[in-house]
Structures are given as C-alpha cells and as structure tokens.
Design a protein around this ligand. Structure first.
Ligand SMILES: [Zn+2]
Length: 418
C-alpha cells in the first residue's frame, strides 16, 4: 500500500515548475474556496521517478483529485506541456503575429515537439524569455494551474474521485454498441454546445426534442445499457460543476489585489492569454492524435480528406467522438466559458486598451476554432437520422462539412475588428 506521503519522493525537481507550483499555491490560499477546505495537499509528480507501486496507485495523465487524502496529484509532464503551450503562444503579443497560428501545419509541428521531445523543447523555449517576459509566462502558467486545480477542488468538494467518466467500453465490444455510445456522446456534446449558443444553422428544428434527429438518435441510444446512459448524465453534471468551481477559484485568485501588484501585466489579461494558449494547443493535440488514428500513413492528413475518412468508416465515427473530451469536457468550450467570465468580471486593476483588444481577440479566436467541434458534434449526433433518410430515399446522400482553416479563421478575426 502506498500513501499520498510517498509522492514526496518523486515530486518534480524542476526549478521553474516548483516556482510555478508555489505561485499557484499562494494564489489558491487567497481564495475563500480553498480557505474553507479543512486540508489541501498538492503534489506535482515526476512519474518517471516514481516506484511502480506509486505509479499504479497515483498515475494520472493530467490532474487527479483524491478525496480520502484531501489531495490533488498533478503530472509534471502535463504541467510542462502547458508551459510549452504558454511559451510558444507567448512568442508574440498579438495573435496575428504568433508564429504557430499561421497555419495548421505549424500547429501540428508544435504538437510533434510536444510529443517527441518536450523536455528539450521546453528548455529551448525557456532560453528565449527575457527576465520580464519570464515573469509573465510563469504567472500565466500559475493561473492555468490554478484553473486546473480549482476544477479538481470542485471534485474534492463534491466527494467525487478518480472516475474515468466516459467509461471506456471493454475491448471487443460490438461495433453496434460502440456506435451507440459514440452517438450518445455526440448528442450530449451537441446539446451542451448548443446550450451555450454554439450551433449549426439549419439544424435547429430537427435537433430539438421530438425533432427528427432527436428521435432517430434516441432510438440508437435505447440500445445502450442503462448504466452507460446514466454514466454520461453524471459525467456531464460533475464535470460542469467542477469547471464552475475552477472558474470561481480563478476569479477569486485574480481578485487578490496584493498578489498582483508586482505583476508585469494585469492578472486578468494574463489569465486570458493562459487559457487561450493551453486550450488551443490541447485542441490541436487532440486533433493530431485523431487524424493519426484515422490515417496513420498520411501525417497528418488535410482537413477535408480527414472529413471524407470520417464519413467512410464507422470506426472513425467512434474514434472522433473522443476528440470532444473523454476525461474532461471539451477543452475549447471550458476555456471559452472561463475567458468570458474573466472578461466580464471587473478586474482588480484597469487593463490597458491594447491589452483589452488582444484579450478579446483571443477569446474570439477560441470561439471561431470551436466551429469544427460544433460541426463534428452536430454531424455525429445527426448520423442516425441521416442514415434513416438515406434508407427512405433509397440513395445515400453525401453529407460534407466544410472546415475553416486557421488562416481563414484569422482573417475572419481580422475583419471582425474592422
Ligand atoms: Zn473533472
């Protein structure tokens, strides 16, 4: 048996990550959410140095709440990935001049670095920072950590632990069941995205309860074991609550005026930059992984070919449902909602006009990037209905979605500002 105390032996020894962890803890301690807890233990763990027993008991790819131990485990590699995202996206003060954002291939290049040599790449990015920008980047990373830890604190408060929410269906599950489970996920995601105003024009009427898409999807869902459906409900509820807590903790941390008086830039602005960097890069990581699963030879295939592959093979339909979130809710949506709250809340100090515009542009770009996810969720949720239509018509209809490229999203963003 191992215990939380055994994690001390494999806590990260990276000085930057330690400084960021300490800054995040200072910020957390300024929030009433954390002050109300009896106890909170945080360990940022380098799992490469952990014993097999510790790995077995405590491994998480990102962050994990442990109710009995009043603790949260953070995987140091996860924090390092967030650091790389923040430093890479921080290379320019403007979204339009950020190197990686010019096109998908550059974003996928960044994703490859993250996958193949995070340590070296992270160190190289660190050398590029001036003393002043170093402070900003560390504050941004500390704010991202505050947001993630705030989410886990939400789970701790609810007494929810270690659940892999979207139960992975066991190996060898019939394709029909996998398809039904995927449909359930797509419907949930489409509903959630719609509830926040992200939907696809033309699908409103068929989508509502009693509408054709809904009825066809419900028929598929009826074939799922009941506990699977309940799992989905519980998962969405728990994750939404945890995210609400994460956002609350973040806002409270930003209101701790004393802790921001020496910061290079207002905390609220840094928080928006941080959420932007972490969510955009993680979206491209998910997309890259999915594209490789769909077609590992072409690396990574173009967006339109990718869409064709999705339509062609039902296994891909199942795979693609994971890109919208399996441990947590869809990253871009989480970030978009949190960014809105940060932008709406009155900042502890005035934000200059220039920074304000940049923050609004970042929030807008996250929303534009959600377009693909909305199309994917809508298509996924509508597939049962489309197949039925094909049957009655007797001919299959090729239903193609057009995806916007990063370059065109950026030029759309530029036009919004004019
Ligand atoms: Zn969670």
């Amino acid at each position: 048996m191992t215990s939380f105390a055994d994690l001390a032996a494999c806590e990260t020894d990276d000085p930057v990550l330690i400084a960021v962890r300490d800054r995040a803890i200072t910020l957390l301690l300024a929030t009433s959410v954390v002050q109300e807890l009896d106890e909170l233990r945080i360990a940022v763990v380098d799992f490469d140095r952990a014993t097999p027993a510790v790995r077995e008991d405590y491994f998480t790819p990102n962050c994990m709440a442990l109710v009995q131990e009043h603790g949260i485990v953070v995987n140091a590699s996860f924090l390092r990935s967030a650091e790389i995202a923040i430093r890479a996206m921080g290379l320019s003060g403007s979204v339009f001049a950020t190197p990686f954002l010019r096109q998908e291939s550059e974003m996928f290049g960044l994703v490859r670095h993250l996958r193949d040599r995070p340590q070296e790449y992270g160190l190289a990015l660190r050398t590029l920072a001036s003393a002043e920008s170093e402070r900003r980047r560390r504050d941004e990373l500390a704010l991202a950590l505050v947001f993630f830890l705030g989410h886990e604190i939400g789970h701790l408060r609810q007494g929810e632990e270690r659940r892999g929410f979207t139960t992975e269906l066991p190996e060898g599950t019939a394709l029909e069941t996998q398809l039904a489970a995927a449909t359930a996920k797509y419907c949930r995601h489409a509903d959630e995205l719609r509830s926040f105003g992200f939907d696809l024009p033309g699908f409103e009427t068929v989508f509502t309860r009693g509408g054709e898409v809904r009825v066809a999807a419900d028929a598929v869902l009826a074939s799922l074991p009941e506990n699977e459906v309940i799992n989905h409900d519980t998962w969405f509820r728990d994750e939404s609550r945890a995210d609400a807590c994460g956002t609350e903790v973040l806002l409270q941390a930003l209101q701790a005026v004393e802790l921001w008086k020496d910061a290079a830039e207002p905390g609220a602005y840094l928080a928006v930059r941080s959420l932007f960097a972490v969510s955009v890069v993680s979206w491209f990581q998910d997309l890259f992984r999915l594209m490789q699963q769909v077609n590992e030879e072409v690396d990574p295939i173009g967006l339109s070919q990718f869409m064709l592959e999705l339509m062609r093979d039902r296994h891909n339909y199942v795979r693609a449902s994971s890109v919208l979130g399996s441990d947590h809710r869809f990253t871009l949506l989480r970030a978009a909602l949190a960014m809105d709250r940060v932008l709406q809340s009155s900042p502890a100090e005035p934000v200059q006009e220039r920074l304000n515009i940049d923050a609004l542009q970042r929030a807008a770009l996250v929303r534009l990037l959600m377009d693909m996810a909305v199309k994917l969720a809508t298509m996924g949720a509508s597939t049962a209905w489309m197949l039925e239509k094909d049957k009655t018509r007797g001919t299959p209809q090729l239903f193609m979605m057009q995806f916007e490229s990063l370059a065109s999203e950026l030029s759309r963003l530029q036009r919004l500002g004019e």
